[in-house]
Design a protein around this ligand. Sequence first.
Ligand SMILES: [Zn+2]
Length: 348
Amino acid sequence: MQIFYIRSASILIYAVFTLQCLAQPSVSEVWVSESLLKKHVYTLASDSLQGRETGTIGQFRAAGYCLETFNKNHLQPIFQLDSVGGSFLQKYYFTPALVSFFGRMAVVAKRSELSNPPSAENSQVLFAHNVGGLLVGTDLKNEIIIISAHYDHLGKQGNLIYNGADDNASGTASVLAIAAAFDSLVQQGIKPRRSILFLLFSGEEGGLIGSQYFVAASPFAMSQILCNLNVDMVGRTDWKHRKKTNYCYLITGKSDTELKQTIEIANQQTVKLSIDYSYDSENDPSQFYYRSDHYNFAKKGIPIAFFMDGEHPDYHQPSDTADKINYNILQKRATLIFQSAWMMANPK
Ligand SMILES: [Zn+2]
């Protein structure tokens, strides 16, 4: 009889353990939703957003879509907007870039510059917004990991709309869908120890001015920011990888090795992409290290990781459209960023 009791107890312990496992899913098995990524890319790269040029109605509509998504995912608003606190929007003023067109290729000739508000002497000034929302961590909440992307693009030329599906609806969609993945864990009581700041910049195409403004007017001290994971163009594949598409370029520059090692471990434990460091040099002729918003964090000495897919013939062309995105590879790259951020947010 005794042995029966032991067996019953064992079965009971096993059952409770199994139920606990079911109730607490392993975070390493969580993937960012492919259907959500697709929905966000198609919305952001739709004609109604008119190419999301900074300071235009298309950019304002895109900002509205991003802040609604942040709000739905229970992020905290962190900015003051027109002296009122509790906003997802950070407003700044600038003089606009001049975009030239060589055939259908859009090239910024004259770059944007941050500015004071418009005055009688300077009436050429426009305004635009960054969008940001915070997931507050637990015991290490004052330490912040930033996941960022730019949501602006090149607007339109006559009737030709530059939808910018890869550049950078793909990165924006990644940030929005990663926020949803974090929120699904939070709703199950699983919270990161460090805080995660989700940031979407405008003003990137004209000269990285949205992130330049954020770094200068951040509601947080730069010393609180542990690292910046920046996502710019992650939905396509380049010529070099046309046969082996399971890859992601990673650029970290002179950042410390902890961030790089964490990304490597997260990759091996989850999506198993081939990580390509071909452009990971500040002296690389393609200059990718300087060409997206992470550079403004790197200049402040903050470790950065820049995720991207390389270049393709639709780069800065009206043919960069949502139907050409590889959603399967986009899901893997977004999942790698989510898993890396989770590991960074939960130090052992
Ligand atoms: Zn671009």
